[in-house]
Design a protein around this ligand. Structure first.
Ligand SMILES: [Zn+2]
Length: 61
């Protein structure tokens, strides 16, 4: 079982921080951090965004 929230917010450093899919900003302990989970070829993938605005732009593209 994969917990989709397990890799978020703990021990995040600049080296392993995810980048926003929309603007490529590093996301480090950001309270506006958003994650979209999608299924790609049967495998769960997580897309990280620095804010709702970036997520919305990405989803609209
Ligand atoms: Zn962004």
């Amino acid at each position: 079982m994969v917990d989709p929230t397990s890799d978020i917010g703990e021990d995040v450093t600049e080296d392993n921080a995810p980048e926003c899919e929309q603007c490529s900003d590093k996301i480090i302990q950001s309270t506006s951090h958003r994650v979209v989970t999608a299924i790609d070829e049967g495998k769960a993938v997580h897309y990280h965004f620095c804010s709702d605005a970036c997520r919305d732009e990405w989803q609209a593209a």
